[in-house]
Design a protein around this ligand. Structure first.
Ligand code: PPS
Length: 300
């Protein structure tokens, strides 16, 4: 359990407010001036995602790559302590992402869910490396729905049908999935962003681990890469108390409602969408994504 948190404490959800047209938890908007003023070191690495796209998975792979596959070192602390979440201020008695970052020396691995236009400009000015993980809209939606059901800090989900509409209209924390994936896609070459897909990571994790390794200018031995692939498999990460978010108390993340490491699959959306919902979603998707050709896959 994280220091400073008690199981008995009752937590309430944060309302969503608008920041330049993006829905964000109120405390992010209230602390916006310090978040946007954050200036990274050029050696810092940023991992960006729309929520539930595979952040934790990418973080674990990166941490292992940076530590030559040393699994003991990567168990030194929970994910959120090893790799601070830039814009998060969980609760007054817990350090914010910015406070954690201040206490760490570069090079640091930093997590954000901010859309590209809200990423502090220092990351671009300092030419930091940036890894983006994108996940197909339907599976991303399903994962976010289950997370919002178990996360006491997030607004109420409403019904599944209502939630689909919230997703389609960008009325969820961190805004529109469509704008998010398109924003990073548009700038991936100009800003040297490594743009990864969750589905590719599932299909061939070794290939994607190697892509990340090359992007980080690392060269690890074959057996170390094998070890990293094995240690970052869904099963192993689900059982690892440093990656499965059991370090957050159930009064915040109630894993009896849904596990943080829930299924980790491609295509689970088919167990949730009715045929009518799927058709309605696909028609809207075609319109929202008409201006871009990002090779998302809803099955592998
Ligand atoms: S968060 O809260 O935004 O940081 O969540 P995030 O880590 O982005 O996404 C959580 C989903 O990623 C799945 N996951 C994995 N899938 C396969 N393999 C591995 N190793 C893995 N690690 C995390 C996790 O199970 C969530 O997806 P769902 O579909 O809900 O299971």
């Amino acid at each position: 359990m994280e220091e400073g948190l008690s199981c008995e404490e009752t937590f309430h959800s944060f309302p969503l407010l608008d920041m330049q047209g993006v829905r964000l938890r109120s405390y992010i908007v209230e602390n916006w001036s310090s978040i946007s003023a954050f200036c990274p070191d050029p050696t810092d690495l940023l991992i960006c995602t729309y929520p539930k796209a595979g952040t934790t998975w990418a973080q674990e792979i990166v941490d292992l790559l940076l530590h030559n596959g040393d699994t003991d070192v990567c168990k030194r602390a929970p994910t959120n302590k090893r790799m601070p979440f830039l814009e998060i201020q969980p609760y007054p008695n817990l350090p914010s992402g910015l406070e954690l970052l201040k206490s760490m020396k570069p090079p640091r691995v930093i997590k954000t869910h901010l859309p590209i236009q809200l990423v502090p400009k220092g990351f671009w000015e300092n030419k930091c490396k940036v890894i983006y993980v994108a996940r197909n809209a339907k599976d991303n939606l399903v994962s976010y729905y289950h997370f919002d059901c178990m996360n006491r800090l997030q607004p109420q989900t409403g019904s599944w049908e209502e939630y689909i509409h919230k997703f389609m209209t960008g009325n969820l924390g961190w805004g529109s999935w469509y704008d998010h994936v398109k924003g990073y896609w548009k700038y991936r070459e100009e800003r040297n962003i490594l743009y990864l897909f969750f589905e590719d990571m599932k299909e061939n994790p070794r290939r994607e681990v190697e892509r990340i390794m090359c992007y980080l200018d690392l060269s690890l031995a074959d057996d170390v890469i094998d070890k990293i692939v094995q240690f970052t498999s869904f099963r192993v990460m689900k059982d690892n108390p440093m990656t499965n978010y059991t370090f957050i108390p159930p009064s915040i993340l109630d894993q009896s409602v849904s596990s943080f490491m829930r299924k980790g699959e491609v295509g689970d959306w088919a167990n949730h969408f009715t045929a009518a919902q799927s058709q309605m979603f696909d028609e809207d998707y075609a319109k929202q994504m008409a201006d871009v050709d990002i090779p998302f896959r809803t099955t592998i």
